[in-house]
Design a protein around this ligand. Structure first.
Ligand SMILES: [Zn+2]
Length: 314
């Protein structure tokens, strides 16, 4: 596997639609995605059920998913209380978003930058108190890093300072998130260079891109060329960010896998099996629009996925 695709549909997708997917259907989705070769799934978010009733069963989904061999079970948490629940459920990876725009942070999490960084420090203390083998990976994610619908562009110095603060608070990694779909390939190259310059290359490996303006895959390519190896995407492009007015649409996992495999970059994911997951989820969410071109067009005649070329990649 050359790159890691982190499927965020069960979290980012389901939180963005009003209907509530039954717990059994979520488990079936996670099982089928893992069977198709997806090795990391963000299965939910530990936020109060009254805020996001769609994700109220996250604890149960985590407890189910951790039994799947080889699967990294990721969750989003808004604060240390959410991290406690995530740890209790056995999540392997915890992501705390820190919005580069303080206005967005107040609107989204009702917290200032300083307050979110205090939560990050509390979470790393919780993790440090665990036996080494039970410690989840802790990512601080810089959301709205490419700009905010409320503040516009965020100054570089502020982004660099927030990245440094997340690492100082004990995060293992700093993620980049185009919450608003403002990124373009040049901005992607610039932000990766800026944040890697602040905290080191090894601490910046992943990016969460949206396809709000159709630049999702172009931005993936720019990220790849800048050295990133982990990409968030959502089955059928479900989701977006309900807190950023006007922003919608994650990049489509099916199209992302197709692009990478066609380029000879192995994802470990079987496309036909992934299309079957799409049919499963489509049936469970009947009437909900699913996006993506590859599942509709089908694979080209003679298509050879990267992972079928033995020895071509480590
Ligand atoms: Zn998103």
């Amino acid at each position: 596997m050359d790159v890691l695709i982190s499927e965020v549909g069960p979290r980012d997708g389901l939180q963005s639609i009003s209907r509530i997917m039954p717990t059994a259907a979520k488990k079936a989705w996670v099982d089928a995605a893992a069977a198709a070769g997806v090795t990391e799934i963000e299965v939910g978010s530990f936020v109060p059920a009254k805020l996001l009733p769609q994700l109220a069963d996250t604890g149960e989904i985590v407890a189910h998913a951790v039994n799947i061999p080889g699967l990294t079970v990721a969750v989003l948490v808004p604060n240390a209380r959410g991290a406690e629940a995530a740890i209790a459920a056995g999540a392997h990876k915890i992501t705390l978003p820190l919005s580069c725009s303080e206005t967005h942070s107040l609107a989204n999490l009702r917290r200032t930058h300083g307050q979110v960084l205090e939560e990050a420090a509390s979470i790393s203390r919780l993790i440090a108190a665990l036996p080494v083998e039970r410690r989840p990976h802790f990512e601080g994610s810089l959301s709205t890093v490419f700009g905010c619908t409320l503040e516009g562009a965020i100054p570089d110095a502020q982004i660099a300072r927030l990245a440094e603060s997340l690492m100082a608070a004990g995060c293992d990694e700093v993620g980049l998130a185009d919450t608003t779909g403002y990124a373009d390939p040049r901005a992607v190259r610039h932000i990766i260079k800026l944040v890697r310059g602040a905290v080191g290359d090894a601490a910046v490996m992943g990016i969460h891109l949206h396809n709000t303006r159709g630049l999702g895959l172009a931005n993936v390519l720019a990220s790849l060329e800048a050295g990133l190896t982990t990409f968030d995407s959502s089955l059928g492009g479900l989701g977006g960010c309900p807190f950023a007015p006007g922003a919608s649409g994650n990049i489509v996992t099916e199209d992302l896998v197709y692009m990478l495999e066609a380029m000879g970059i192995s994802t470990g994911i079987d496309l036909e099996a992934l299309f079957a997951v799409r049919r499963l989820v489509g049936a469970a969410l009947e009437g909900e629009p699913l996006y993506g071109f590859t599942p509709e067009a089908g694979l080209p005649l003679g298509f050879v996925p990267a992972n079928s070329v033995q020895g071509a990649s480590a």
